[in-house]
Write a protein that binds this ligand. Sequence first.
Ligand code: SAH
Ligand code: SF4
Length: 367
Amino acid sequence: MPQNLLDCDLEGLTAWFTELGEKPFRAKQVFHWMHQAGVADFAQMTDIAKSLREKLQLHAVVQAPAISYAHTSSDGTRKWLFDVGVANGIETVFIPEEDRGTLCVSSQVGCALECTFCSTGRQGFNRNLSVAEIIGQLWVANNSLRGEVNRTSGELAERPVTNVVMMGMGEPLANFENVVTALRVMLDDHAYGLSRRRVTVSTSGIVPAMDRLAERCPVALAVSLHAPNDALRDQIVPINRKYPLRELMAACRRYLVHAPRDFITFEYVMLAGVNDQPEHARQLIELTRDVPCKFNLIPFNPFPDSGYEKPRHDTLRIFREILQDASYIVTTRKTRGDDIDAACGQLAGKVADKSGRVMKRLKQEAA
Ligand code: SAH
Ligand code: SF4
């Protein structure tokens, strides 16, 4: 089997070249060609000796996941569905804004954690994505968007993706090694050169993995909080039963020692009548008293048979004001790309469920 070079960070690629009997600087050259020039064909890597190019053709490939389709929303948001084999598909979303272009990247096919309001969680779990499948999403997005006229500024976008958020399908910290290797490629100046502040991992709160991330690759951290007390969080974010709020808050404080930003972003999906009441906002203030943080309120994005509704404007405003009055910085996430089902939690992809969860639910519904 040829080695897929998109599976390697620079360290791994250098080791591979050494094994091939080649000099380390060759790895750097190929790394540049792949990630900065977006070239997959070794024949086009013109500053590399022909003999080495031929050797590479024999032993290696540069292979990103295949695009099944690409859609562009009326607001410029773009969504790709990638074919990741045997009835599995993952989704990636690009959100252009005036001063940045954010790519929302998937880390798994489905998700094994069963948050009750999440369409990905609903679909069960199939497998972790490989490094090439994770970094390949950025590779394809940059290649597709590069050189396109920026809709707002009218300028040619040389590096269209300026920010990455690991907020697509899956729990990134449950695919730890592959995600860390992919993050390293995103940060590497010889590849995408994104700053740690512009790369965000979003987690539902896998406490030991948060500590490992702080040690191995501290990037900006978003934590999916969604509830201000254990009783409620146990219900809607089941991983809370394993890592309850006290432990989660302590892990956030530890993370901040290494983090590139001096705050944690708490994501909070607003579910009408479930977690959106003034008392919940007040409990949140109590809970996060010792954690420098910002809140990102996300009105629930509906999907079929979810059983939840998004809150009314007034409810959201009151909730936000209680936090703001306590000096918190609060943003409310704008819904982007919902005409192409690209909004948070709407990413469905295609999951050939191996967890048995889908079958169980269908049986329950039939009973
Ligand atoms: N597994 C990670 C990252 C992927 S989900 C995590 O849970 O953090 C990215 C964000 O979208 C999370 O905050 C998640 O809770 C939120 N989300 C999931 N379903 C949603 C929905 N239906 N509406 C709005 N946000 C949702
Ligand atoms: Fe998984 Fe995140 Fe969805 Fe929870 S919200 S099921 S952790 S993808």
